[in-house]
Design a protein. Structure first.
Length: 427
RNA sequence: GGCCUCAUCGUCUAACGGUCAGGACACAAGCUUCUCAAGCUUGGAAUCGGAGUUCGAUUCUCCGUGAGGUCACCA
């Protein structure tokens, strides 16, 4: 197509952003970036009754988190009342609008059936039933959405209008307005709905849609979140699923946007997030985990143990909350029955624990590492029927848990003295 | 209800009218392990139904069915 691509994201400031609206923003941003175009943020604040204080800032912050930086904006419609007035006057003078009380109503020139082309849905049609003379300026002087968004899209040179499927049926209104204004409509890029987790309904706040910033606070990576969102209603046509931001810009294409609604899946999001986490430099992993650990657990050695078990930073708190790391903080309570491995008699368990303690005492304090502990214990278990009858009681004595990371690394973290003390306490 | 849109594994999805209907998440089993996690391997799992067009329909057409959207001085 000729000319520069201009897209916009035009939310109304009526609350927080959820996944559905962000996906629209993402696609508009991707398309603009892919084409070296312009991405505009426009706040459609023309309903002062429904407006929620702070939500415009909240929207900007959400976009900032995801790195969907607008090239222009935020532009507030409430500050452009003169523009709408000018257009409205023009329509009125041309006989395309007439007063209705304090309000101004658009006069539908011809009630007819409209056929138009959508970049995603193909040829669409909607009938005269959608065409009643509609309000363009409200009695309070503010324009309606129907009018304001079209004026702005014209004024701002928007080339691709991206929005949800719910706007298909009102498109005849827009087309008749474009006609009356003597303007060629932009490309319509209608996006499939995002469905709530419960079932088949459009995602909404009532349906349990989460505030986007909650995802940030749970410790998802912005690039992973974008990756996940992009794949919800679009696919690259290849089997690649993990995309960097740059790769996404390259690969994204309107022609591969899906028509049917997509249900959001936390599992897939977590998986994608983990895949992105694995690519992070170790310093970043370290910082993100340490910052979520209490002072007593500021230990580098815990990082790989935790990293392996989380799919987002916030899961660290989950592990803490579930007590999975308590044994690093204090000596566990040892239940004698749980010390046993399968049917191994308690005398054998006791003997094995003693052997373990003896062996570990022979390791020097500054060589008390995962490897040396493992070697020492391996020598003992080589003479046993199963490694379990040694390793299970050792692990349980150290942690008080029936499942945990391996006892070697735990020993290293606890240190020689504490490790041996716990073994002896269990004996 | 009128009008509009959509329809492939549980979920996200792939397949110029010709594929054993592919991949991923999730799930299950096995391997590895003392357990957990991770990793590797394997497996089950789908074209909504009925006509038609065609040598051949997931794919094109029609009719059903189902689901969703929309019918404001809300966006």
């Amino acid at each position: 197509m000729a000319g520069k691509v201009v897209t916009r994201f035009a939310p109304s400031p009526t609350g927080f952003m959820h996944v559905g609206s962000v996906r629209t923003a993402l696609y508009a941003w991707l398309w603009a970036k892919k084409n070296n175009g312009t991405f505009i943020l426009r706040i459609e604040d023309t309903d002062k009754d429904r407006e929620v204080e702070g939500s415009a800032e909240h929207i900007s912050e959400s976009l900032r988190w995801l790195g969907l930086t607008p090239d222009q904006g935020p532009i507030f419609q409430s500050k452009r009342l003169d523009v709408y007035k000018k257009y409205a006057d023009g329509l009125r003078e041309a006989g395309h609008a007439y007063p209705d009380g304090e309000a101004l109503r658009f006069k539908i020139p011809v009630k007819k059936r409209y056929h138009w082309h959508d970049q995603v849905y193909g040829d669409l049609t909607a009938g005269e039933e959608a065409l009643e003379d509609f309000i363009i300026l409200k009695s309070d002087g503010y324009p309606t959405y129907n009018f304001a968004h079209i004026v702005d899209d014209i004024e701002m040179g928007v080339t691709h209008v991206m929005r949800g499927e719910e706007f298909i049926s009102s498109t005849p209104k827009y087309l008749s307005l474009y006609e009356a204004l003597g303007t060629t409509p932009p490309f319509f890029v209608t996006l499939p709905l995002i469905l709530g987790p419960s079932g088949q309904k459009k995602l909404s706040k009532r349906d349990g849609a989460k505030d986007l910033l909650d995802y940030r606070d749970e410790g998802y990576l912005p690039d992973a979140f974008i990756n996940f969102l992009a794949l919800l209603g679009w696919n690259p046509g290849t089997e690649q699923e993990i995309f960097s931001r740059e790769e996404l810009k390259q690969a994204f294409d309107i022609s591969r946007i899906q028509k049917s609604g997509a249900q959001i899946s936390q599992e897939k999001l977590d998986w994608i997030n983990k895949e992105h986490m694995k690519k992070l430099p170790s310093g970043e992993v370290r910082d993100n985990i340490l910052i979520r650990l209490p002072p007593e657990l500021q230990n580098e050695k815990l990082i790989p143990i935790i990293f392996e078990r989380i799919s987002k930073w916030g899961d660290t708190a989950g592990m803490l909350g579930a007590g999975e790391l308590d044994f690093f903080l204090r000596r566990p309570e040892v239940d004698k029955k749980k010390l046993a491995y399968k049917n191994t008699p308690s005398e054998r368990i006791e003997k094995n624990l003693k052997l373990a303690a003896e062996a570990l005492k022979n390791i020097s304090e500054n060589n008390f590492t995962r490897d040396s502990v493992k070697n020492a214990l391996d020598l003992i278990s080589a003479n046993l029927e199963t490694r379990g009858e040694l390793l299970h009681p050792v692990r349980y004595a150290l942690t008080g848990r029936s499942s945990s990371p391996d006892p070697f690394i735990i020993s290293e973290v606890l240190g020689k003295n504490e490790t041996i003390a716990r073994l002896e306490s269990a004996i």
